[in-house]
Design a protein around this ligand. Structure first.
Ligand code: PEP
Ligand code: MN
Length: 342
C-alpha cells in the first residue's frame, strides 16, 4: 500500500481518520491535493510490512476509492500509478499531446531589443514558447549573472508582442514570487535538479515545471526529483534531457536520447529534449533535434540567438534564426513519420 486515492469531495474529517489509522500501523501520510477534484495520500514509511488485512481495513474506510501498491520508488510519476500520458495546456498550447512543442530563445535575457527581435524570429520559425534566463547559473561567479526582474519584464513584453508563453529558470526559492509573476513555465536547471528545497517550492506552484536532468543524474534520480515536485501537489512536470557528463569531449555533454524511450515506459510525464546544451555546438543541434523527435520526444528546447558570436552565454550552441527555421521545416517529415505534428 503506497498510494490511497480518495473519492471526489472527500471531507477533511475522513482524511484525518485515514491518517490516524495509518499512524497505528507506524506509517505517515503525505496528502496531495490534485486540482480541485482529487485527493491522493502518499503513504510514508516502510509500506512493505503492511499486512493484507491492514490494507483491507484502509480500503474499507469512508472516502477511499482505491488503495495501490507501486513497486517503483517514484510513485506519482510512475506509469503504474497513471497509465495514460499526462498532458497540460499552457495558454492554449498542449504539452504531451500530438503536437511537439518547441521552446526557443536565447540562453540569457541580454537586453530588450535583442530579446524582442529573437522572439519575433522564433515565432516566425514556428516555436510555441519563448525562453531566456533572467537568473543565470554560470560556472564562474565572475560571468554575467542575468538581468533579474528587468529581464523578466522583457520576457513579458516578448509574450505580449508575439503571444508566445514564457519559460524561464528559477534558481532560488526567494525568487519564487517574482518568477511566478512573469513565467508561464518554470524551469529548474540541471545544477538544481536535486535542490530538494527548490523542488518542494515549485511543488506548491500551479505552473508547469520543466525539470532538467542533472549533469550526473541517473534516470531514477531524475524521476525521484520529479516525485519531490509532485508530492507537494504540482503534477505538471515536464522532464527535459539536456545531456550528461561522460568521458567524451567532442561534445559539451553526451545527449542521452535513450532516456526518451526509457522515460516513456516508466512515467506518464511529458519528455522534452534540449539538444543545444546536449551537444554544445550549433552544427550538431539540428541532427540531434531530429533524432529526439524520432525517439518520441514531446518537445524540444533550443537556444536561438540573432548574433551568436556576441552572445553573453552559450553562443557556440545557439542557432541563428535562419537555421532555426530550417530545423523546424526539416523536422516536419520526421514528426509525421512517428505520428506527430510540429
Ligand atoms: C539553460 O537552459 O540555459 C541552462 C542553464 O540549462 P542547464 O540547466 O540544462 O545547464
Ligand atoms: Mn544556456
Amino acid at each position: 500500500m503506497d498510494i490511497i486515492v480518495l473519492k471526489p469531495g472527500t471531507k477533511k474529517d475522513h482524511i484525518r481518520k485515514i491518517e490516524k489509522k495509518l499512524k497505528t500501523f507506524g506509517l505517515g501520510a503525505n496528502v496531495v491535493i490534485k486540482g480541485t477534484e482529487r485527493t491522493i495520500i502518499g503513504v510514508k514509511g516502510d509500506t512493505s510490512v503492511v499486512l493484507p488485512e491492514q490494507e483491507d481495513s484502509i480500503r474499507a474506510m469512508e472516502g477511499v476509492e482505491e488503495v495501490m501498491r507501486i513497486l517503483k520508488p517514484f510513485k506519482l510519476a510512475s506509469r503504474e500509478f497513471k497509465h495514460a500520458n499526462s498532458t497540460f495546456s499552457v495558454r492554449g498550447n498542449k504539452i504531451g499531446g500530438k503536437k511537439i512543442q518547441v521552446i526557443a530563445g536565447p540562453c540569457a535575457v541580454e537586453g530588450r531589443e535583442i530579446v524582442l527581435d529573437i522572439a519575433k524570429h522564433v515565432k516566425r520559425g514556428g516555436a510555441s514558447f519563448i525562453r531566456g534566463g533572467a537568473f543565470k547559473p554560470r560556472t564562474s561567479p565572475y560571468s554575467f549573472q542575468g538581468m533579474g526582474e528587468e529581464g523578466l519584464r522583457i520576457l513579458k513584453e516578448a509574450r505580449e508582442k508575439t503571444g508566445l508563453p514564457v519559460v524561464t529558470e528559477l534558481m532560488d526559492p526567494r525568487d519564487m514570487d517574482v518568477i511566478q509573476k512573469y513565467a508561464d513555465i518554470i524551469q529548474i536547471g540541471a545544477r538544481n535538479m536535486q535542490n530538494f528545497k527548490l523542488l518542494l517550492e515549485v511543488g506548491l506552484s500551479k505552473k508547469p515545471v520543466v525539470l532538467k536532468r542533472g549533469l550526473c543524474a541517473t534516470i531514477k534520480e531524475w524521476l525521484m526529483a520529479a516525485e519531490y515536485i509532485m508530492s507537494n501537489g504540482n503534477e505538471k512536470v515536464i522532464l527535459c534531457e539536456r545531456g550528461i557528463r561522460t568521458f567524451e569531449t567532442a561534445t559539451r555533454n553526451t545527449l542521452d536520447l535513450s532516456a526518451v524511450p526509457v522515460l516513456k515506459s516508466q512515467t506518464h510525464l511529458p519528455v522534452m529534449v534540449d539538444p543545444s546544451h546536449g551537444v554544445g555546438y550549433a552544427h550538431l543541434v539540428i541532427p540531434m533535434a531530429k533524432a529526439a523527435v524520432a525517439a518520441g520526444a514531446d518537445g524540444l528546447l533550443v537556444e536561438v540567438h540573432t548574433n551568436p558570436q556576441e552572445a553573453f552565454s552559450d553562443g557556440e550552441q545557439s542557432l541563428p534564426p535562419v537555421d532555426f527555421k530550417r530545423m523546424m521545416k526539416e523536422l516536419k517529415p520526421i514528426a509525421a513519420a512517428v505520428g506527430r505534428t510540429i
